[in-house]
Design a binder for this molecule. Sequence first.
Ligand code: AMP
Length: 596
Amino acid sequence: MSKFADLGLKEPISKALVDLGYETPTVIQEKAIPQILSSTEDLKAFAQTGTGKTAAFSLPIVELADDQDNSTQAIILSPTRELAVQIGKNIEDFSKYLPKLKVATVYGGANIEQQIRQLKKGAQIVIGTPGRTVDLIRRRALKLGNVKWLVLDEADEMLNMGFKEELDKVLDATPETKQTLLFSATFPREVEAIARNYMHNPVEVTSGQKNQGSDNVTHEYYLVSERSRYPALKRIADINPNIYAIVFCRTRRETQEVADKLIQDGYNADSLHGDLSQAQRDSVMDKFRKKNIQMLVATDVAARGLDVDNLTHVINHKLPDQIENYNHRSGRTGRAGNKGISVVLVNRKERGKLNPIERILKKKFIENSIPTGKEICEKQLFHLIDRVENSEVNTSEIDSYLPNIYDKLKDFSREELIQKFVSLEFNSFLSYYENAPDLNKMSNDRERGGSRNGRMPSENMTRFFINLGRKDRLNPAKLMGLINEQGINNNVEIGAIDILDTFSFFEIDKNFESQTLDAFSSNSPEFNGRRVNIEITKERKGGGRRRGGNGGGSRRRNGDNNASGGFGRSRNNSNKKSFPKNDNNKSRNSRRPRRR
Ligand code: AMP
């Protein structure tokens, strides 16, 4: 009998768990399952992805739901379609020997009529993304009057994505008597506010220390300049020939740019972000799961639904806007008992952002120097030799050619043959790296540009001043929401956001400069009762800007959760990693005398 039965689960469920190969409950399951089974008290659970949290809240619901009653008894809200589908599949697996228990998964970007028909047939357990759930409630297709359990999965992520209003609406549509189960990897103020406002004296359970990352993850950082950020990423990949990593970026544009460069440079990489159609995203995720892609460049949101247990690295090409999200990212590695490395690329200004992360993690980042060309060549060379040593020889396939080959090479000694073979395989790598600069020196150079009093806007961006700040309860998500509401253009790129106490700054794609001014002036929006004013920040003589901002960040684009299609993508990946182009932009084959 599985140890799950000891937690009080009935036979059909224990049997399904045996089929799934679940033997021992994880920490969060051990704590949450008996609690939910034995009490109707609300529950606040600190759990990251990979801890087994889905089963922790689903199994008690499957156990307790009344399969004789067709009404919806459990509503599970999840931030993304992928995660919702994954939860739905898990619950179907858990309830496979309970045929009367029906599960429906509803999410945006799919045919709503079909989902309405499915709900009409009756589903005791409904999993939904917030927007679609509210839509279905509004159409009276989803009735939550009999709900006994409301699960908020990855509550922090739902709030990050700006779903606060939707959460409020779903919470309002459920009866007071329900049991609320809130699962979150981090508990920033907004999540605590949900817990305070909608839960009654919740019991707290945790799969580890609050917000603390996995013990199996080492945290490292590399100091880069903007010029060396991408070359440093390539070198990290080159020094780890077996890398299997997610490279996190903050915006869709950054994601696509980094992925395009990696692909162009011959890496086995691809991108995952909200500009791709669902079919494209499914295909990329499938390839990544099968390891046909070694490096997946992704936005935080798009990577949420990806369930991969054996990543060697998580790479933060740029740190996330909210430091709590670092935990989410780094938690993608070091799962299921594996060790993992979370790498951060930071410039001098960004380095300070590591301090609060260290306090949350209760761990220090290790500073690493960017590998030199020589170190990479050495590593790659021995990797090649290891592969030779361990390769299996299938003589039956090459038998017929061997006599001719032996004959052709008979005049070379063993040493000469090894030298020739290594040169053949390795010369392009050596020549690629022979004149490569020391990127650590580049990173220590002062960044060019910038100003003392304020940040220069990124290239092609216009920096705006706005008369709202922290005191008005403005945060980056709300500011993005406010900008979106002005109807400037669906594709307008929003850049760095700096929220200060009484005012803030944001960047907008230069091409939309006048449209942004016009939209704000004709809409005259208000925010928390204040009339909103924006103006373009002016250059000062000497490069300073009129109003100063601090803080980091680069471009972002509105939202990342709508799966609109139509993005032209190159598809020339082969399963084989070829040699990268030189950091110096010199041709791979340009041979120059070594300067050492
Ligand atoms: P989750 O944190 O819910 O996303 O789960 C992470 C992974 O662990 C999923 O692939 C689950 O199927 C798997 N898993 C969850 N609980 C167990 C368990 N008790 N034993 C084995 N695998 C599990």
